[in-house]
Design a binder for this molecule. Structure first.
Ligand SMILES: [Zn+2]
Length: 384
């Protein structure tokens, strides 16, 4: 047997990691779609045509539009000719594409900002007190609105002046835990033109005031844990963290991102996409997992995941307007056609995550005849 050099084995490991990752995402997507359709049909499994049209878009992600084909773009294989939902929260396929693209811009902004010695970066986490019975539909708008209000206030303007805060990026994150329920929170990256550390106490006061103004009946955020502040040091890890790129060790490449990251159980809770995984369903029971998933899909509908302060892109010399989620997805699907798929072949791939992931891997590794053979064999009607 021939020995592989380290570079080859590295490439093989990455290729296998990517295949496994894809298989997991396709499996998640199938689960999500089954649950959303089940809900729409009231459990009967039958949908009328008008009901099909009003399904949440992630339910239709991957449905064939015209003739489908497998294409290659920058060495990555993907299927063209099918619908993409461009959802930045709850699509196992589109969400990572969108977030990785945003992470890339953010990395550029951070690098350019920190190229100037006196510039600092601070990382603020804003949370609200919540109980298990709070709905996500209530909590998510609460944190977003409280931040908008705080950011627009006189107090914040004064604060920004005092600490030379010139720009910010805001990323919303949602976790869920059995103990505490939904936990939406905001990560704010502050671009500071100076060396003075921002004052956490003042942010905590402004945050409490703002929350109180919107929801006077709610418990005030904890003085100790309601607002966290840490120096970000301009590390690319931070960009990765904000946009949920994969950790460096696995490096499934900067483009396969997370929003899908697995989190340990005793941490802040799970990433909602994990509700689609077998192990989490086994723990919660499938009915509860389905209910929570549907709640997540509904509550994040049309909510932005990441926003930049107005002049940041321009100040960092990043060309063009911020692309929409839709534009990011559209731009990611312009490759060279490799294999045209029949309706049956496409259906087979869509319903068999392991083969789907395997076929794309073979194409990326340059083994198109193998990919074709697999498609043929798995699509051919059973021979007697
Ligand atoms: Zn999608």
């Amino acid at each position: 047997m021939s020995r592989q050099n380290p570079e080859q084995s590295d490439a093989l490991r990455r290729s296998n990691d990517l295949r496994r990752w894809r298989e997991e995402q396709y499996t998640r997507r199938a689960r999500s779609q089954a649950w959303l359709m089940d809900r729409a049909s009231g459990g009967s499994g039958r949908l009328r045509s008008w009901q099909l049209r009003v399904l949440p878009r992630p339910t239709r992600c991957g449905w064939p539009l015209t003739g489908t084909s497998i294409r290659l773009h920058d060495g990555k294989a993907y299927i063209a000719g099918s619908e993409h939902c461009a959802n930045p929260w709850c699509c196992p396929i589109c969400t990572p594409i969108i977030r990785s693209r945003r992470a890339r811009d953010l990395r550029t902004a951070i690098e350019r900002w920190t190229a100037i010695e006196e510039h600092g970066l601070w990382f603020v986490t804003l949370t609200v007190p919540h109980v298990k019975s709070d709905s996500l539909d209530e909590l998510l708008p609460l944190v977003s609105t409280a931040w908008s209000r705080m950011r627009g206030s006189q107090a914040w303007r004064r604060y920004a002046r005092d600490y030379a805060i010139e720009h910010y990026v805001r990323a919303a994150e949602i976790t869920w835990s059995a103990q505490h329920g939904w936990h939406p929170h905001l990560h704010i990256l502050l671009f500071v033109a100076g060396r003075t550390a921002p004052d956490r106490k003042r942010i905590t006061e402004m945050w409490a005031d703002s929350l109180h103004a919107i929801a006077p009946g709610r418990k005030a955020p904890s003085k100790r844990h309601g607002v966290l502040l840490e120096e970000a040091n301009g590390s690319p890890i931070l960009a990765a963290y904000l946009a949920k790129t994969p950790d460096k060790r696995r490096d499934i490449a900067s483009e396969v991102v997370r929003g899908d990251r697995k989190q340990s159980r005793n941490d802040d809770g799970i990433n909602p996409l994990q509700l689609l995984d077998d192990d989490v369903q086994a723990r919660l029971g499938p009915d509860k997992a389905q209910r929570l998933w549907c709640e997540y899909v509904d509550a994040t509908y049309r909510k932005r995941s990441i926003t930049w302060s107005r002049n940041l892109r321009q100040a960092m010399g990043i060309d063009g307007d911020e692309p929409t989620d839709e534009q990011i997805i559209q731009r990611s699907v312009h490759g060279i056609p490799v294999i045209d798929l029949t309706t049956e072949a496409y259906r087979m791939l869509r319903t068999t995550p392991s083969i789907h992931a395997y076929v794309l891997q073979r194409i990326e590794d340059g083994e198109i005849p193998v990919a074709l053979q697999v498609i043929d064999e798995c699509t051919a009607p059973a021979r007697n």
